[in-house]
Design a protein around this ligand. Structure first.
Ligand code: SF4
Ligand code: MG
Length: 316
């Protein structure tokens, strides 16, 4: 299978009153068709902006440079009309914050049926029946009842599954799920992960999961990229990243997992307006040396074939 999405040297900045926010700084990513890909990192590292850059759904003060090839065509050259024909049908985004992404004054069934009508020009009754079918397929209890309620009557996990259902209505071949498990408890989180994994295995869609939750990414994804301050700092198979992480930041993310004793990572992600020189992780890195404060490390290939942005990755 070929590459469905190829992101090359992507740079996304926002021009604000306080300065230029460099949210994505030279990212390269290649997603193989039919595979699942995880993009992880703390809040504010640029991962959601990357998803929105692909969808071309950024505010007007954003500037995007680089290339985003979807099946060989550069989306950054597309007109808004071309993008509208692509969104939902070819590439769909399951947005974060299920609460604010659903229309509070429309019943769930109407929202799903409208999405189905938009993509397939189905008559209303057929769209309704198909919507109910998708909900039951996503294991929502009592789908007909769910169709008849308003968003505020559903739990967070159910809203998340409704958004997944709306994402599926256009039968996209690339699905971008932004923080699909944020704010959910462990049980519901597992259910949402199971639903997403069932979705991709049945539809054969390619999945890009954007998450701060390393465990979710490694459970769902074959390939994982770790992002810090707008850049990829480590990339490899889920197994490599989970079992033998090389970058100090990836290691710190793993150490912060509940199973590893919730050891928090000190400090905060840097401001994207005022990035530190050298290695962007140096102010928080326990292994930083003088050279780390001056030189910006490139992504380097390790023996195992994964990529790491650390000058000392091979020194334990
Ligand atoms: Fe830490 Fe230096 Fe490696 Fe950056 S390059 S992650 S500061 S050891
Ligand atoms: Mg985000």
């Amino acid at each position: 299978m070929g590459c469905i999405l190829s992101i090359q040297d992507l740079k996304t900045s926002f021009y604000t009153r306080n300065g230029v926010v460099k949210a994505v700084e030279g990212v390269d990513l290649h997603l193989e068709e039919g595979k699942t890909f995880g993009l992880i990192g703390e809040t504010g590292c640029g991962k959601s902006v990357l998803g929105l850059s692909v969808m071309r759904l950024l505010p007007r003060n954003a500037r995007v440079e680089g290339k985003i090839f979807y099946r060989g065509q550069d989306l950054l050259q597309f007109s808004e009309g071309q993008m509208q024909r692509l969104r939902g049908k070819k590439i769909a985004l399951i947005p974060q914050n299920p609460g604010s992404s659903l229309n509070p004054v429309l019943k769930i069934g109407i929202q799903i049926a409208e999405a189905l009508q938009l993509h397939h020009r189905l008559p209303r009754e057929q769209a309704w029946a198909k919507g109910r079918e998708i909900l039951s397929w996503l294991k929502l209890p009592a789908p007909e009842n769910t169709m008849r309620v308003y968003p505020h009557q559903l739990s967070g996990g159910m809203k998340q599954r409704v958004l997944a259902a709306i994402g599926m209505t256009g039968a996209p071949d690339l699905l971008i799920a932004d923080e699909p498990t944020k704010g959910l408890d462990a049980v519901i989180r597992s259910q949402v992960v199971a639903v997403l994994s069932q979705m991709v295995s049945q539809t054969k869609a390619t999945l890009l999961v954007i998450t701060h939750d390393l465990k979710v990414a490694t459970r769902l994804c074959q390939q994982v990229a770790v992002m810090y301050a707008g850049e990829i700092v480590e990339l490899g198979t889920a197994e490599q990243i989970f079992n033998s992480p090389r970058h100090p930041y990836t290691r710190a993310l793993l150490a912060a997992q509940p199973v590893n004793g919730l050891k928090p990572l000190d400090g905060f992600s840097p401001s994207l307006i005022n990035l530190p020189p050298g290695c962007k992780f140096h102010p928080r890195c326990g292994y930083a040396r003088e050279v780390c404060r001056q030189e910006h490390p490139p992504l380097m290939e390790t023996i195992a074939g994964n990529l790491v942005r650390c000058m000392f990755f091979d020194q334990g």
